[in-house]
Design a protein around this ligand. Structure first.
Ligand code: GLN
Length: 228
């Protein structure tokens, strides 16, 4: 039996729990909240929710979870949403002086609060290959979201797959995108997979649409189990 954990130190973990539960019950997956290294040990995969990445990192450190999380990410799938995406990144710009603790599991550079203060939150219809009913767009909810600045593919790391991009012309007035972004600009990328892991800079758990939770289970969790 499969256990998927949700890091429950701060942020939107309860919403993830509700969303994942719907997907999980049909598939004999147990959902649990993770607050200690013992909780983490029981999990086959983990979701890190949105919230405040510096706070989540600090609380993880205080709970003795930082190293166990880094170890976990070497072996098992993690999906980070928003603040969780920041924690998965290798490099973070626009963060507090001295930086912040990261898991660094994905070869990606992000900037915190990268859409600027003018438009901190917005929604965008995302078309996502591989999602169930993929012809129906998924509503991306962006709240003080990070921006993906660069992907760092190399022969030494698993290939990086772009899962979703902002449609051309969205995010009108924010400082980061006040100029029209070229469709190939990395800043239009809002969901990425690399190896076992996935990051989304938006919040699928804040919609009633469970397709991204399904996608994580299908694309990251189940394949990694059959390989181990
Ligand atoms: N701005 C937050 C951070 O830097 C992320 C926001 C979110 O998770 N909704 O951690």
């Amino acid at each position: 039996k499969l256990t998927v954990g949700i890091l429950a130190l701060q942020g939107a973990f309860a919403e993830h729990q509700t969303a994942l539960q719907k997907v999980a019950s049909a598939r004999k997956i147990t959902v649990c909240l993770v607050r200690t290294p013992d909780d983490l040990q029981k999990c086959d995969a983990l979701i890190i929710p949105g919230g405040e990445s510096t706070t989540i990192a600090l609380l993880a450190k205080l709970a003795g979870l930082l190293e166990p999380l880094r170890q976990f990410s070497k072996e098992k799938p993690i999906w980070g949403t928003c603040a969780g995406a920041i924690l998965l990144a290798q490099v973070v710009e626009n963060t507090k002086k001295g930086g912040q603790d990261l898991l660094g599991s994905m070869s990606i550079t992000v900037a915190r609060n990268g859409w600027g203060s003018q438009v901190e939150s917005f929604e965008a219809p995302l078309s996502v290959d591989g999602l169930r009913n993929s012809e129906k767009p998924f509503t991306g909810v962006f709240i003080r979201a990070p921006v993906i600045l660069a992907l760092h593919p190399s022969p030494d790391v698993p290939p990086i797959h772009v899962v979703a991009r902002l449609p051309v012309g969205t995010v009108p007035k924010s400082s980061a995108a006040s100029v029209q972004l070229d469709p190939d600009d990395p800043r239009t990328i809002v969901a990425v997979r690399q190896g076992k892991h996935m990051m989304t800079t938006f919040h699928p758990e804040l919609t009633k649409d469970g397709r991204f939770h399904e996608y994580f289970v299908q694309t990251c969790v189940l394949p990694s189990l059959s390989m181990s």
